[in-house]
Design a protein around this ligand. Structure first.
Ligand code: IPE
Ligand code: IPE
Ligand code: MG
Length: 245
């Protein structure tokens, strides 16, 4: 994959693709002596605001980390709360997103979800496939290492079958086996909640993403935080390794 040319003149061009690690729902709830599910519900509201902000700023691609492959290790009750919320969100919000020109895609190991949720995911993707105002990708049961290993497995199978020469494998061929094959790499990854790590999110795709870590908890994230992150991004100088300081 070739990196886009860095811009240095009037600041960095606006990011085409923003990815967000929506973290801090539990702490938001704990600070209010509420159950964690209350934080997740409020997080869903923050997501609505964020989608609106992305549309208002003309961002074309938004990817959100909603549930990691490791989040299955949480207590059963919380996993049930989260999958229940997902079920509700898929049923109640997709029509409005579709009407607003949002195209929805899911990345991750969807086989781990119940069949009714999988069916709703497919329906959301199908019903919005013709939209292009905002490309919203929701990472659900997503883990970057899982994803990378699956891509390696795919190439190994082709090599064993004799249709691929290992010596000629390119980055593009490898990336074609990732969930994000039709999605550009993120320009900017934002993580809320004050944690400064990627937690197995877009490890391949984020190779040259700018990273912004915010102290705000995800349920408190709003349009002003989104705009501030865009301002901070505009002041970054992207080099892609090509430009000595
Ligand atoms: C993010 O909030 C939502 C998910 C990971 C599903 P958390 O639930 O991780 O909240 P904290 O990090 O415990 O505050
Ligand atoms: C990352 O948050 C996953 C999501 C936001 C969906 P976690 O809360 O699961 O990450 P860790 O455990 O703090 O690294
Ligand atoms: Mg967390």
């Amino acid at each position: 994959m070739s990196a886009p040319a860095a811009r240095h003149d009037a600041g960095t061009a606006p990011p085409a693709h923003i990815a967000i690690i929506m973290d801090g729902n539990g702490r938001w709830a704990a600070a209010r002596h509420l159950p964690r599910i209350a934080g997740h519900r409020e997080g869903a509201r923050a997501l609505r605001r964020t989608i609106e902000a992305a549309i208002n700023h003309g961002v074309s691609w938004l990817t959100i980390y909603a549930f990691s492959s490791e989040n299955w290790r949480r207590p059963v009750a919380e996993v049930l709360d989260l999958t229940g919320l997902l079920r509700h969100y898929l049923r109640s919000e997709v029509a409005e997103l579709a009407a607003n020109g949002v195209r929805i895609r899911m990345i991750g190991d969807r086989d781990r979800f119940d069949p009714d949720i999988r069916a709703d995911m497919e329906k959301a993707e199908r019903d919005t496939a013709g939209n292009s105002r905002l490309n919203l990708t929701v990472a659900l049961s997503y883990g970057a290492r899982d994803e990378i290993v699956a891509a390696a497995r795919r190439l190994a199978r082709a090599a064993r079958e004799g249709t691929l020469d290992p010596a000629t494998i390119t980055e593009a061929e490898f990336a074609a086996g990732l969930y994000t094959t039709d999605i550009p790499d993120p320009d900017l990854i934002i993580r809320t909640s004050g944690e400064q790590r990627l937690s197995n999110f877009l490890l391949w795709q984020g190779a040259y993403a700018e990273l912004i870590f915010l102290d705000v908890l995800w349920p408190d994230f709003g349009a002003a935080d989104f705009a501030a992150a865009l301002d901070a991004y505009a002041r970054r100088e992207r080099r892609f390794g090509a430009r000595p300081g």
